[in-house]
Design a protein around this ligand. Structure first.
Ligand SMILES: CCCCCCCC/C=C\CCCCCCCC(=O)SCCNC(=O)CCNC(=O)[C@H](O)C(C)(C)COP(=O)(O)OP(=O)(O)OC[C@H]1O[C@@H](n2cnc3c(N)ncnc32)[C@H](O)[C@@H]1OP(=O)(O)O
Length: 240
């Protein structure tokens, strides 16, 4: 039975990730297309499902222009584009996936729709040496708060997601312990903004991240935030 499944799994995984995956003892495939195993030593540390941070047809010219600027910065290796999936993936102590979250309808809040452009369109780039992350965020119509502007809760969500991604990137799995926001100027619905995060300091389990949300042309400050993330006992998902 397994020998029949393996070649299919290789094709699926190669198509999704662009990597070759040697996976002789994997036991089953989740609906998402991610292959899981509790035992296989040969599993790669990162097996991707759909990367929701790839450009799609809903992205504005501003979003695409910024995206291409940051892709350019990845070419010397200083910045990295981080992939983004619709569920958290959990690794065991050997760096292999475990199916802590079995197939279900649960979805990461920021990636919970397949309708492109309707909610959170975003991509995160990170620089490990400088301990910085930049999120490019285009808000969709379903994030409206005051007429024509983005809901404050949606802004908090995306700031949490991008600053939490930086904390995860530098410190491994974290939980948000506190998140403080100052809303300086409303964000027009549908516009593209830049979310700049800087790790301010790290003290044992505590990572402090400061964030600014600015307009795509860098002329307006929309939001400022400080956040504390506390490391919890999981391996860093970005060390694959
Ligand atoms: C295939 C590739 C793989 C890709 C994988 C993708 C990965 C994706 C990557 C990235 C995306 C990231 C996106 C994330 C964004 C969303 C995150 C959320 O929404 S998280 C949900 C909301 N947050 C909660 O529900 C926490 C609830 N609170 C708790 O669980 C606990 O309170 C916790 C864990 C925060 C701390 O509890 P304790 O028992 O472990 O630790 P104690 O001792 O209480 O605190 C540790 C230290 O932190 C300080 N601390 C804790 N809370 C604090 C607070 N509110 N203010 C100030 N200090 C605090 C404490 O005073 C202590 O400091 P002292 O070590 O003594 O110096």
């Amino acid at each position: 039975m397994l020998s029949k499944i393996q070649p299919i799994a290789r094709v699926i995984c190669q198509n999704i990730t662009g990597r070759f995956i040697h996976n002789p003892s994997a036991r089953r495939t989740m609906k998402s297309g991610i292959r899981f195993s509790k035992t296989a030593k040969e599993l790669p540390k990162v097996v991707a499902s759909k990367d929701y941070s790839e450009p799609n047809s809903s992205w504005s010219q501003e979003m695409m222009k910024l995206y291409e600027q940051y892709i350019e910065k990845t070419k010397d290796g200083s910045w990295k584009k981080l992939p983004s999936y619709n569920r958290f993936l959990v690794l065991n102590e050997d760096g292999h996936f475990i199916d802590k979250f079995p197939p279900s309808k649960a979805r990461l809040f920021t990636r919970n729709t397949e309708e492109e452009g309707s909610m959170f369109e975003y991509v995160v780039f990170a620089n490990k040496v400088e301990k910085k992350a930049v999120g490019l965020f285009q808000s969709g119509d379903l994030l409206e708060g005051p007429s024509g502007f983005v809901h404050g809760g949606a802004i908090a969500t995306i700031v949490d997601a991008v600053s939490g991604t930086l904390a995860t990137y530098v410190a491994g799995f974290v939980m948000t312990a506190s998140l403080n926001l100052d809303y300086k100027n409303p964000i027009p619905l549908g516009s593209t903004v830049i979310i700049e995060c800087q790790l301010e300091k790290k003290e044992e389990r505590k990572s402090y991240v400061n964030t600014r949300v600015i307009s795509h042309d860098c002329t307006k400050l929309h939001t400022e935030s400080t956040a504390l993330f506390v490391s919890v006992n999981q391996k860093n998902p970005y060390q694959g």
